[in-house]
Design a protein around this ligand. Sequence first.
Ligand code: NAP
Length: 246
Amino acid sequence: MLEDRTCLVTGGSRGIGRAIATEFGRHGADVVVNYRSSEAAAEATAEAIDGTDGAAMTARADVSEYGAVEAMYEAVHDRFGPVDVVVNNAGITADRRFEEMTREDWDRVADINLGGTFNCTHCFFDDIREAEEGRLINISSVVGQQGNYGQANYATTKSGLFGFTRTIALEIASEGSTANCVAPGFVDTGMLETVPGRVREKIRRRIPLGRFARPEDVAGIVRFLASEDSSYMTGQILAVNGGLDW
Ligand code: NAP
């Protein structure tokens, strides 16, 4: 259970983040549902949580903007006080073969996937350290482990999270807090819908379990990491990918 825990989920309005936020709420947590533009979806996620054991607030902030994350920090503290768990989930793709990739494509993905992770971790760092068993959970990808055609920018940001997670794990260990990474395979969300159907089918055939992950397949693992059951696990990468090699 996550009673008495306050959890921030970035990109909690849709997809994997929504599943994580509702899973936390079902287990009694107070949940901050961060989003950038999908206000109605974020409100719907928060309403779903309010109907369970947990309470929820929405918090609009583009995680790539440090000032916006600082303002979110203030709003969260006003409503719930310090957070115990930060899940850096917000992420985007901008796929293109490398020879066609522009510096703008590179920066846009890096600013959100890595810059957003820096901003949220930095602003909430004292909360995580000072919490009783604070938790940092970063959502990476199998693409960070394998690479993927047309995703040089995305794959780089997702591998970057491995080094970041292991380093923060070392820096917060003396306080009894942990940092871990989850590396999902291909998950049935809006992000996967941007991949052409023919390519999607090719990917699906490579997955030993024969199907894409549901967001809930990832959320249960994240809930485990947020709970006291994972107390002695830190600096790790958990693959949730249907059996893909990496
Ligand atoms: P999604 O369905 O596209 O949802 C993305 C979420 O991130 C939305 O809630 C979106 O909020 C939020 N977001 C995007 N940019 C943001 C920003 N600048 N500031 C704040 N929030 C922002 O994606 P998903 O598939 O659930 O992916 C979630 C995470 O899992 C990502 O980090 C992704 O890389 C990772 N992942 C996904 C897959 C997959 O196959 N789907 C596989 C492995 C890893 P708004 O709608 O409000 O903009």
